[in-house]
Design a protein around this ligand. Structure first.
Ligand code: NAG
Ligand code: NAG
Ligand code: NAG
Ligand code: CA
Ligand code: CA
Length: 366
């Protein structure tokens, strides 16, 4: 080793020590560097649990690959450090991620994953209706919905591969194995009693061939997002069964008020119903009680089933609303590229290491 390189190394070492000791104080709190953290989703073990989708499709892709056991294995076996040199692409093509020693290091390396550049790249993809240089709440909702749908299909496809033992692209009930927590006799699981049963399976089988193709299987996994009337009816029946405390097969006002009505309020997108008093609950109850027998049947619950089991659109709306509230600094209800670039972490909040609380209220759903 030459004398010059020794000097270079010592200089570097001093510089690094200086940076380590000094940098935390240098950054103002609101702008401190926050480490982006990949999530391991629990949706895999409990598919109806909901988590916010990644705003950035590239992050979603990394998360998906990282969750994928095969990729995980591949990435341990074939880590190829040369890929660490490759920056995130400026165009749509996905980078070779297989070799990244640590995808999180990649996300947190400003030279490879520059959040400003990502937002500049993504902005015109979101600003489409119309493309006027501003991102509206509706554009954000559509964007998140697209990302969520990709996520949902990916999960259903992977789940399908696990269950489809004869590899014919269809699932029979014999092939399907309900998750272990379904069979668990633990009383705390009692509420979920009808899920993943043969009844649930049959209702998902739209064309009645006793097999689920990917569309039907995806509906099976996400009944609230389904358009299949048989499945929606099953979901309503299931709702009655869960709420029916006195086991008479119908929902009376008390059973409606404590359980169903709270959920309707918390998922009311327009915020019309806000008071938690009996009056609006009674009004809604009598609206739903078509035959006025003072009980709600499964058919009568159909109009509000989307509020009891929020759809992906509901969550997309929630995420869009959150982003606007945090980012729309001039209060005109829409986002300019400058506003987005000034608040980059809002868009990556789902993967903040310190974001765990933001979406905690989602946990109430199975
Ligand atoms: C990201 O790129 C922008 C220019 O596009 C640059 O101004 C900024 O310093 C870069 N940030 C990092 C962390 O490298
Ligand atoms: C589901 O459908 C199959 C085939 O028609 C039938 O044999 C089975 O009894 C049904 N199961 C339930 C729980 O309805
Ligand atoms: C599954 O079958 C339904 C008809 O029951 C059809 O509309 C749908 O396109 C099929 N999905 C796939 C992925 O083949
Ligand atoms: Ca099969
Ligand atoms: Ca009852």
């Amino acid at each position: 080793m030459g004398k010059d390189s020794v000097i270079v190394y010592i200089t570097l070492a001093v510089l690094i020590l200086y940076l380590i000791s000094y940098s935390p104080k240098k950054h103002p709190t609101h702008n401190r560097h926050r480490r982006l953290k990949l999530r391991f989703s629990s949706t895999f073990t409990n598919p109806t649990h909901h988590e916010p989708v990644a705003f950035d499709p590239l992050v979603a892709e990394i998360e998906r690959r990282r969750e994928d056991n095969q990729w995980e294995k591949q990435y341990l076996e074939h880590s190829r450090p040369e890929f660490l040199q490759h920056p995130a692409p400026a165009e749509e093509s996905q980078p070779e991620l297989d070799g990244f020693l640590n995808a999180e290091d990649y996300l947190n390396d400003g030279d490879k994953f520059n959040i400003t550049d990502r937002l500049v790249l993504l902005f015109p993809k979101i600003d489409v209706d119309p493309a006027d240089g501003f991102v509206t709440e509706n554009e954000l909702i559509e964007w998140h919905l697209q990302q969520a749908m990709k996520e949902v299909w990916f999960r259903s496809l992977r789940e399908m591969e696990i269950h489809d033992k004869n590899n014919d692209g269809l699932i029979s009930y014999a092939e399907y194995e309900a998750p272990s927590w379904v069979k668990n006799d633990n009383p705390s699981f009692g509420l979920n009693i009808g899920w993943w049963t043969e009844d649930h399976f049959n209702a998902s089988d739209a064309n009645g061939d006793h097999l689920l193709n990917l569309t039907e299987f995806n509906d099976f996994m996400h009944p609230a997002d389904s358009k299949n009337p048989k499945l929606l009816q099953w979901l309503c029946k299931e709702e009655v069964r869960e709420r029916d405390a006195d086991k008479d097969g119908k929902v009376n006002f008390n059973e409606f008020f404590h359980g169903i009505f709270d959920l309707v309020i918390s998922h009311d997108e327009e915020g019309h119903i806000s008071m938690e008093t009996e009056t609006p609950a009674k009004r809604l109850f009598s609206q739903l009680d078509i035959d006025s027998d003072r009980f709600l049947t499964d058919e009568e619950l159909l109009p509000i089933i989307g509020k009891l089991h929020p759809s992906e659109r509901y969550y997309a709306k929630q995420q869009a609303g959150y982003i606007i509230s945090q980012t729309d600094l001039n209060g005109d209800g829409r986002l300019s590229l400058v506003e987005m670039i000034d608040n980059p972490y809002v868009f990556y909040s789902a993967i903040f290491s310190d974001s765990e609380d933001y979406y905690k209220h989602h946990d109430e759903f199975r």
